[in-house]
Design a binder for this molecule. Structure first.
Ligand code: UT7
Length: 335
């Protein structure tokens, strides 16, 4: 039986570190508010005027992962690119990355599932591998949020949270009867909450098409009803975690590490408490990186690998919720 195994990881953060203190120069906010309400102490943003796009960030993470896997880009069967901040509206960023890598003729698909983009990517890669359509896949989550943010007090809720960065994994098909690799995954969506976190432009829906009026209204910047998303996160994440454990026939104690999406430290603390997960088994890095949307989970995974915080046969849960509303998780066992 074919199993999807993460052979290597890589991450990239732009060099410009932006502290909370720096944001207080543009917005009415404070370090205390941001730390207390979100856990974030600093984040990385692409430097102003730097001529890069989301695919350039993805490329930096991807070449690290590919080198560690000892794979040449042309060996890939598929590139999967998760982002909500693509280089262009059309085409998706996957083809930009494919070209940068010189991965000639390798198919590239984009996933526009925001905070759960990487989780959707893992499930898609696993389906390709189990159905023997692919042997070697590069999956990236990358975001260039800073250029989409409005640094005004009115939009301070999104401005202080979102950040830039990229994480990549090389996923390989391994023939085995062992329970390793992607054990199970569950994804959910609830379009009723599609407006709770959205970016209005570019759009094709009447009333939203690009015009001076909608630009004036700032509809090209993200809108977030933070309270609603927060409440949905603290109720739905534990529910899907229970579903995942039941599907995998596991108990919470069987997990060696939980890597939640990094949207807000308070959400992750509430989730951890509700699930009775010991603090040392919950990995958070939002303090240093902010919310890099589709990149949070692969960046965290790469850090854990680098710090040797995961060992052979460890079982981990990756879990998240975000715009859509979409939410879900993956249980994964290391080789
Ligand atoms: O990854 C994508 C999914 N997104 C999420 O999961 C985000 C979930 N939501 C959140 O993380 C939180 O709702 C926020 C961090 C966005 C906001 O925290 P909150 O505790 O829900 O604050 P709030 O929106 O209820 O606002 C409380 C107060 C308001 O002032 P008043 O009306 O009480 O005077 C806001 O205007 O805090 C104010 N406020 C700020 N103050 C200083 C909002 N943002 C800021 C800010 N600095 N950056």
């Amino acid at each position: 039986m074919k199993r999807s195994v993460i052979k290597s990881t890589g991450r990239y953060l732009p060099s410009r570190r932006v502290t909370n203190e720096e944001l207080t120069k543009s917005l009415d906010t404070s370090n205390e508010w941001i730390v207390q309400r979100t856990g974030i102490e600093a984040r990385y943003w692409v430097g102003e005027g730097e001529d890069v796009g989301t695919s350039d960030l993805a490329y930096e993470a991807a070449i690290i992962a590919l080198e560690r896997a000892n794979w040449h880009p042309e060996e890939l069967d598929l590139i999967v690119f998760a982002t909500m901040t693509p280089d262009l509206n059309v085409p998706g960023s996957g083809v930009f990355l494919q070209n940068l890598l010189g991965a000639k003729r390798v198919p590239a698909i984009d996933i526009r599932q925001q905070c759960t983009g990487f989780l959707h990517g893992l499930e898609i890669c696993d389906a390709y591998i189990r159905s023997e359509k692919a042997q070697k896949i590069l999956l990236v989550g990358a975001e260039f949020q800073s250029r989409y943010l409005e640094l005004t007090t009115e939009n301070r809720d999104t401005a202080v949270i979102f950040a830039d960065g990229a994480g990549a994994v090389c996923i390989e098909a391994v023939e085995t009867n062992d329970e390793i690799g992607v054990i199970t995954s569950i994804l959910h969506a609830d379009g009723k909450y599609s407006r709770a976190l959205h970016v209005g432009l570019p759009a094709r829906k009447s009333g939203h098409v690009i015009s001076p009026n909608v630009i004036e209204n700032g509809e090209h910047f993200p809108y977030m009803d933070g309270k609603t998303v927060f409440k949905l996160a603290v109720t739905r994440l534990p529910r899907v975690a229970d579903e995942l454990l039941a599907k995998a026939n596991m108990k919470i104690e069987d997990l060696d590490m939980v890597i939640p999406h990094q949207a807000n430290l308070r959400i992750n603390d509430a989730f951890g408490e509700r699930m009775k997960i010991p603090k040392e088994k919950m990995y958070n890095n939002i303090q240093r990186y902010g919310n890099t949307t589709a990149a949070t989970i692969p960046i965290a995974l790469d850090e854990l690998m680098e710090k040797n915080m995961l060992k052979s046969k460890d079982t981990i849960m990756l879990i998240g919720l975000g715009a859509g509303l979409t939410w879900g998780g993956v249980i994964y066992k290391l080789m």
